[in-house]
Design a binder for this molecule. Sequence first.
Ligand code: SF4
Ligand code: SF4
Length: 432
Amino acid sequence: MIEKTRFIPDGKKELKKLPIINYTDSKYLYYPVTSSRCADGETCVRGGQFVKVGEVIGTRKGAFFEQPMHATVSGEVVGTEKHMDQSGKSVDCLIVKNDFKYELHKTIKDRTDEEINALTKEDFVSIVREKSLVGLGGSAFPTYIKLSTKDKIDVVVANGVECEPNLISDYALMLTNPKAIIEGLIYAMKASGAKKGIIAIKKKYKEIDERLSFELREYSDYDIEVVKIGNFYPQGWEILTIKNALGIKIPQGELLSKYGVLNFNVSTLASIFAAVKHNLPVLERYISLSGDGITNQNFRARIGTLMTELVESVGGYKDIEIPKVLILGGPMMGVNVSQDDIVMTHTTTSLIVQNQVDLHEEPCIHCASCVYSCPVGIQPVQIMNAYKTRDKDMIKHLGINKCIECGLCSFVCPSKIHLTETMRKAKRFASK
Ligand code: SF4
Ligand code: SF4
């Protein structure tokens, strides 16, 4: 039987009920010197030096993606150590010993409304570049590149759809600090010249709709609207968000700006607000621990915190006799990792700890459910077959580059075939 699946369990209900713990206990903070986009990097501080919150401590290097590294606590630089970053790679990290004073660096000063009103597009671009802002929804794409577009922009979309299960980071932010999102959206509209702003959220989030709509009453001078879109997966993928929120169909692979649209995750917009208003880099973010192998908990923690500490703070893993599966990110698009010695970076939103169950792959029954469920219209089963024979031309011909690694094909497969993992491997193989 062909099954077309777009509705998946979102795993957020219980997490949304939990409080958010402000985790401030880290004695040491770790700052990766490289990132997935910056293969090289260097620090500009030495052992024994005292640094303050927001101070530049180095540079991650990688052409357009080059970005300064910032301290997120005040304290002493005490060396380097290897830990895993968001991609699951072991990387060099600069260590700062927290003095728990959280002293701000002298450059961290608020801008007045008059100063902000006088900012040009170039000023906005330069501020977000200096503060190393990247897409906080997971892409880590540099915000300054999006904002510096020369295309005429009609509308800026604040994407609060967050369709990946088990993630509540954007949800928590929209509920607790909608003002920062709205102000960030206004700055993005000013910088890009857009007259209209849209905040796209899931239809079922009535409480978020009420919160944002209430806050927006203070901003009646701006044309900003909350638009509610469907609850299916992967509705938060920008192509679908824009299609369903604005009715604009953008072919995959084309720049949104060519169609007069810019799309930012809501957390990214809040970071634009903090950078422009307070001259701050991203210092902290919301993160969740979930899954049946751990006590579930939400945190607000400083960038540079080790995930191991968060795990320990909830009492470690449950049922330690049962092996665990760890997923960094959500269950659909996250990456499997072998341990929790991971540094929280800008895009770390969740660690899922599951008790391992035996899920043996069965042979393909040719049901075509993966084909009918794929949101980009490619044929995962055919790509898998082409990858098995290492037929690079066929893999490319079947459009592997369109795959957004959403995880739906694996989710829907009745034979429990790890299709998404095969798509990732096939993509890498085809690009060699
Ligand atoms: S992971 Fe790729 S192939 Fe599988 S459903 Fe998503 S987009 Fe399609
Ligand atoms: S790979 Fe799975 S979902 Fe796709 S056709 Fe085969 S059995 Fe069906």
